[in-house]
Design a protein around this ligand. Structure first.
Ligand SMILES: [Zn+2]
Length: 200
């Protein structure tokens, strides 16, 4: 099976949507558009702040037990509500990505996990204003009672030998299918520094 790491659910137009970002978050002055670092960006005429628009880094967690994968059904009001996904979420600024993965799984499933490896990294162009970089990690459950929370309304185990429910993210579907076919072990992670930054 071919490795795929870039997923686009829409026609990506450079800097589309940035026109909605009008005011400097530092001083409140109205941005003007100016050439900066090789492309046009919002620049503050008062304080010089440049708005660099970057994809949002997130984590997705592949948890397999007894040949079943743990998925969550996305709650009303969330992106792609009603469809299913791996436990996932965005990394907070004062949080390392491994701690973010442990936190997101705990919030969304009630389970405490140990992160094991990096399975893949994906660019997900999900919508005009939603471009994420997802680090897909594998983990195993070490404690807890399953209970859906946060962005998920329910969680369930799906047998890898059966069919998956309707998935919110094509990247999740691809990684699960590739894992099923190839049993990827991934790169081991260094958990010595987990939670050494203050999170929250
Ligand atoms: Zn400013």
């Amino acid at each position: 099976m071919k490795i795929k790491q870039i997923f686009s659910a829409y026609h990506f137009a450079d800097n589309e949507g940035i026109k909605n970002i009008r005011f400097c978050p530092v001083c409140g002055a109205e941005f003007r558009i100016a050439a900066e670092g090789g492309r046009e960006r919002p620049v503050c005429p008062e304080c010089g702040f440049v708005y660099y628009r970057n994809p949002a880094p997130g984590v997705s967690v592949l948890i397999i037990e007894n040949n079943c994968v743990l998925l969550g059904k996305r709650a009303p009001g969330s992106f792609a509500a009603g469809k299913w996904c791996l436990p996932c979420g965005f990394i907070e600024y004062n949080e390392d990505f491994l701690s973010a993965a442990v936190r997101e799984v705990k919030e969304e499933t009630g389970l405490t996990v140990a992160i094991q490896s990096i399975i893949n990294v994906n660019s997900n162009f999900l919508a005009e204003n939603l471009h994420s970089i997802a680090i897909i990690l594998s983990a195993r459950v070490i404690a807890g009672t399953p209970a859906a929370g946060d962005d998920l309304e329910s969680i369930a185990w799906f047998d890898l030998s059966g069919s998956l429910p309707e998935m919110a993210f094509v990247a999740d579907q691809e990684i699960i299918e590739r894992y099923s076919a190839q049993k990827i072990e991934g790169l081991p992670v260094d958990t010595d520094f987990l939670n050494t930054l203050k999170s929250g």
